[in-house]
Design a binder for this molecule. Sequence first.
Ligand SMILES: NC(=O)c1ccc[n+]([C@@H]2O[C@H](COP(=O)([O-])OP(=O)(O)OC[C@H]3O[C@@H](n4cnc5c(N)ncnc54)[C@H](O)[C@@H]3O)[C@@H](O)[C@H]2O)c1
Length: 376
Amino acid sequence: MKVGVPTEIKTDEYRVALTPSGVRELVENGHEVLIQAGAGEGSAITDGDYTAQGASILPDADAVFAAAEMIVKVKEPQPEEVGRLEARHTLFTYLHLAPDPELTQGLVDSGATCVAYETVEDPRGRLPLLAPMSEVAGKIATQAGAFMLEKPLGGRGILLGGVPGVAAGKVMVIGGGVVGMNAAFIAVGMEAEVYVYDRNIDRLRELDLYFAGRASTCYASTLEIEQRLPDMDLVIGAVLVHGAKAPYVIRRDQLGLMKKNAVLVDVSIDQGGCFETSRPTTHTDPTFEVDGITHYCVANMPGAVPVTSTYALTNATLPYVLHVADAGVAGAARENPGLARGVNVVGGKVTYEPVAEATGLPYTPLFEVLEEAAAA
Ligand SMILES: NC(=O)c1ccc[n+]([C@@H]2O[C@H](COP(=O)([O-])OP(=O)(O)OC[C@H]3O[C@@H](n4cnc5c(N)ncnc54)[C@H](O)[C@@H]3O)[C@@H](O)[C@H]2O)c1
């Protein structure tokens, strides 16, 4: 298969979807790899690093889309990229379609086969292609939150870890999955007082054992959250209902309960945001204020540490990229039901139910579409 890697064009996005190791594995498996000139620069990978492993360099995105059958990317396609997609393409990238009906419609209209990293599942129902970026984003969430609490940045002027004789700051993490656990891990390391909220009791049990008393675990009912909010300096939102738009865990009227200049970090912003007052921001202009509360809502947090993130992401995606290149999407989906969960749009139909529900488009089961295509 011809596998194409365009340069990422989302604002402040420096990751790239394939490393030289990935090129080597694909080429050794008989595939052709086409990289846009300069695609790896933001992650400190040169064109020469790619060609040394057997890739060809093409001058621009138009050339990559024209020549490739599978397009491997990092972030959801931007409008000009959607315009380049055709029915013959397979797109493999983060899509986050549930909160974005316009992008979903664009992909439906393109006729392309679109596979979302974030809805691929492993045999235990976990999200192996979201997890590495969630680990990065969780760690950045606490770092960024701590920074935004500094007075010159509009924060309360609090040092999260405190000092001898002055109490530590208080951190609430809502959603104790991969992001939440990593955020809490860094907050504990900074010696803050940490509370992790979730609605999954088994998950709270795991976290309770993991933190061994260094963070408190709490059930995420509206009342429990509301009662602790007035004490918090930093609140990190990290909830996820697989594939669906994020539920609101803090509403606008609850901001009034918080301390002035406290900080909210909404990591779930890529799924629409879990605070009612959130809207997506960029690394260039990461925060805004609502009712005296600083909001940090960067939708591509791992993009700020591209060297770490590119390798973490591609370590996880490469086996799936190889499988799709070897067997095609239909073959790979039949062989791996977890990969089939990643297929969101095929031939003008939405094949992932939570996205169909959230966007109001009709849902068609994936294997129905694949059987129709095979029979045609
Ligand atoms: N902004 C970014 O750059 C960035 C980067 C990576 C991940 N993310 C996003 O972060 C979010 C979390 O990802 P993850 O990998 O940690 O997911 P995860 O599935 O590992 O964890 C989500 C947790 O949320 C819990 N949850 C669900 N509904 C809840 C509710 N109402 N109240 C409390 N807890 C609830 C679940 O039980 C689960 O433990 C996702 O939306 C993901 O896309 C954003």
